[in-house]
Design a protein around this ligand. Sequence first.
Ligand SMILES: Cc1cc2nc3c(=O)[nH]c(=O)nc-3n(C[C@H](O)[C@H](O)[C@H](O)COP(=O)(O)OP(=O)(O)OC[C@H]3O[C@@H](n4cnc5c(N)ncnc54)[C@H](O)[C@@H]3O)c2cc1C
Ligand SMILES: Cc1cc2nc3c(=O)[nH]c(=O)nc-3n(C[C@H](O)[C@H](O)[C@H](O)COP(=O)(O)O)c2cc1C
Length: 797
Amino acid sequence: MRIAVLGGGPGGLYFAALVKQLDARHDITVWERNAADDTFGFGVVFSDETLGGIEHADIEVFQAMSREFARWDDIDVHRRRTTFTSGGHGFAAMSRKRLLAILQARCASLGVQVRFRTEAPDVAALAAGNDLVVAADGANSLTRMEYAATFRPNLERRRCKYIWLSTDLVFDAFKFYILDTPAGIMQVHGYPYSDRASTFILEMHEDVWRRAGFTEAPGLVPGQSDEASIQRIRDLCAEVLDGPSGGKHSLFANNSRWTTFTTIRCQTWRHENVVLLGDAAHTAHFSIGSGTKLAMEDALALAACLHEQDSMDGALAAYEAERRPVVASTQRAAQASLEWFENLGQYADQDPHQFAFNIMTRSRRVTYDNLRLRDPEFVAGMDEWFAAGQEDARAACPPMFQPFRIGRLELANRVIVSPMDMYSARDGVPGDFHLVHLGSKALGGAGLVMTEMVCVSPAGRITPGCTGIYTGGQEESWRRVVGFVHGKTRAKIGIQLGHSGRKGSTKLMWEGMDDPLPDGNWEVCGPSSIPYQAGSQTPRELSLAELDEIRGQFVAAARAAARAGFDLLELHCAHGYLLSSFLSPLTNRRTDRYGGSLAARLRYPLEVFDAIRAVWPEERPMTVRISATDWHPDGLDIDDTVEIARAFAEHGAAGIDVSTGQVVSDEKPAFGRSYQTPYADRVRNEIGTKYGIAVIAVGAISSYDDVNSIILAGRADLCALGRTHLYDPQWTLHAAAEQEYAGPGAVWPDPFAAGSRRPAAGRTDGPRPRLELIRAGMPRTAHARWRPEPVEQDDAP
Ligand SMILES: Cc1cc2nc3c(=O)[nH]c(=O)nc-3n(C[C@H](O)[C@H](O)[C@H](O)COP(=O)(O)OP(=O)(O)OC[C@H]3O[C@@H](n4cnc5c(N)ncnc54)[C@H](O)[C@@H]3O)c2cc1C
Ligand SMILES: Cc1cc2nc3c(=O)[nH]c(=O)nc-3n(C[C@H](O)[C@H](O)[C@H](O)COP(=O)(O)O)c2cc1C
């Protein structure tokens, strides 16, 4: 094959060497505009996992790289003169210049032609004259622009400024230095890459950068560094560079200047016989150290697919199919990490312990369990710190089992069963189904169980199957549910009150969510006459008198809920239902006092809140669920949400439950693991801690590891889990069993105690359950009553 490779960076060179190695008959030319020894940047990082792949693909390259590596295990977080060390991370770094030299030498020895100082010819001409064109021409790829109509790239310029330098201070770990400066917080990412030097990247939000008086240096020519900025950085970072040993260290530049990171994604990486590789196809923020790794892994995959597949088309398709999910996952983690750094200012006052755990778990890929495996002492120290900070300091344990107080309501742990409409009521009356559903969730160990959205009137229902609390019969049935929860479980139970607004009069979820009923529709209403989606009923704009009437329905429902004995009341101001649709500018176009500015759009939901707060028993807390973003460019975003949360906090809310979306049908949500948590995080940092109110995270939080990570990092006080509880109603008890936790944060109901451990499979552990029961504090009489069946035993306990 004749192959043209555009770009002699790590991706292009490694690909060329691998393909030539697999079949020496290939005729491969690499075009590189720079000289062989020109390069930007300093050190590049590899994880042990990537190195494993490189070792197997080309042992010579691997061995040459290994001779260069600076290796370390620790990540040090330096915050306010305290250092936290997390071990077990296993990284290696080397100089980018040396990496390129190794790859260049390998290409030369294999017979790959590398044309340095040569601009690549026009890509269309290359494509016509070669079997394959590999565009490894970096983040500013001309190839990507040339075929933009096919690749459909998305370039997202981010909000931090950074500069890539090096220092002769040889760090002994990966370092994060978090610096408080008069302009705001800045961070240094540092790591050693040889026995003489470390990479030193200074990064900050562009607002901090501007306040600090930095500017884009005018008139810099390629190859020239921004010396004026570097001189200032030397002074700013004196506490890092001058070191405790008293030595003064220098900063070095290499074409170093302020840069803004751009996340690049492409819809496809292939155009006929042209394929994108490395930074040309995708970028991942350097804070998770993965750009070179991704480029080299791409090279590996492409070389292997070309070798394995019979056709060029098949090979390129297989390459993209193999790499795309891996890249997407890395980009998700890198994006979470870069957004975390963009919002660093919100953690200015966070305790250094929590901050250290927070920064370690910022990408959401590294978690509580993951860190515990790597360095049990680090996590044990964090657990102890967290336990000591609780109101009635408890013994250290997984953070999810620490108690919590919303207002005056004491919860046994940090888990909430999220409100979930079951669409299973007749005439709004919760029946046996609801008793069993909510009762089993309460038996399952969660600290708080929420009802579904309970509607304040027949017209306020979403579907004919929704529950209400606007009749005596409904109230009575709810009292039965509450009575069971209070009588038989340790859980607390909250009611969520809402009105469907323009999203009402629709089919049961499994018959067609948000679709109007085939017949028997009732009229829907909203702040403005804007239907939810094509085919939806057009809502009637509510008059002032009707607003008064609905407010009154909320008040009556709250009184009934109080009589039924609920411990907590949540006002549903999310997901596009009536109160939510007052908040969003997309659904509220009113010109009276309830529409217009955010303050005006907040007015009606706040009036409803105040009216309920006035009748809801003072000692029982009220929370508010909000959609923190409409996932729409013209809708509510997190800045508005902070103000909404502030308003409710000032009106007496004891907690904010932070969900997102479902307000408009043309939303574009960015789903992913714990994807709504950054919104809770911001609300907690700006409102929760300031007003002393609880913040609840929700949304695709599915593992106890995620809950522990979120709580310990301070991203939320409580986690609400929805679908996970449908999968496993005893999720909290199972989480306790799996973490070998047997304290007050998750107590098995006495009748279930016999099942308080995972059933033995294959082998049996014989009498061991008894010991666990004793540890769990089960009364002796219960032991006497419970006798394990003798089971086949292949191992002595
Ligand atoms: C501040 C910073 C820190 C980073 N830290 C790390 C890190 O610690 N670890 C890590 O793994 N990655 C890191 N990266 C990312 C890393 O530098 C890139 O992701 C990686 O180099 C991508 O490799 P590549 O081969 O795809 O592209 P590049 O390395 O950008 O190579 C592209 C090459 O193509 C050449 N070229 C482009 N157009 C043409 C043309 N028309 N004709 C001829 N030649 C052309 C360029 O001169 C260049 O040499 C960092 C990046 C930045 C900005
Ligand atoms: C079947 C079902 C019904 C739901 N009904 C409600 C509801 O009545 N009120 C509400 O605020 N959220 C409702 N939600 C949203 C959940 O409370 C939760 O926010 C969402 O499912 C995301 O959490 P999860 O990923 O843990 O499931 C519902 C979700 C499901 C799956």
